[in-house]
Design a binder for this molecule. Sequence first.
Ligand code: SAM
Length: 246
Amino acid sequence: MLVPRPSVKPHLEPAIATGPKTYEQWRGTTLGHITDILEQQCIVDLMGPVQGRCALDLGCGDGVLTATLAERGARAIGVDADRTMLDVAIARRGRGDRPQYVEGRIETLPFPDSRFDVVVVVTVLCLVTDRTAAIREAARVLRPGGRLVIGELGRWSVWAARRRVRAWLGSTLWRSARFTTATELSRLVERAGLTVEAVRGAVYYPPIFMLARLLAPLDRWLGSRTTAGAAFIAVAAVKEHTNDDR
Ligand SMILES: C[S@@+](CC[C@H](N)C(=O)[O-])C[C@H]1O[C@@H](n2cnc3c(N)ncnc32)[C@H](O)[C@@H]1O
């Protein structure tokens, strides 16, 4: 599951909103590689089968998850506010017409109501000022019966503590990032009219590659039991059918 593994490289703290190069460098470290796989696995588990489905990846960044959705047979569209990230996502796509990428903001999506079967939002809400508007918009473009999966930075983990110390030491990046809990995410999706179906955690080890290697095999088991200590928290919710759309 965790192969192929890149060579051990010096630890680089994952950085959000710092451009595509930083993401690539992070995934190139042992810690980043293991962590990225576990987070994606958590999201993919919660999404369920996407073959033939219309899937939207909001805040898609450099398109790794969007590409996974397309590889799994979804008609995938990635949206991001940052043109440089989208350029990398498009370059990753290579030839062919899947997946598609659109420049836009999560709070005001350029899609009609009920367009998508699946919507995913991974480590984007930590950067968004109005999370309520963002999730309301995600719910709007979801069809009745469709599924929203959110992945976010967990508040009660060693990773979050370390990042908060960095913020305190002057990192503007981490000062502006928001950490969250499963309860907050659940309330957020419920306020948007969705029903929470599952909550998962991932990445329980501290940000040390040797511990990541050692403890990664336990991650999925822990993730289905508790979110306490998880650096990554994910929630899956469905948009219920109403009498009008039956
Ligand atoms: C931490 S990255 C996550 C990228 C990708 N979802 C992943 O997990 O690899 C956050 C992404 O969200 C995008 N983003 C931030 N605020 C946004 C907004 N309001 N609307 C759309 N995209 C946004 C950023 O440009 C960045 O590419």
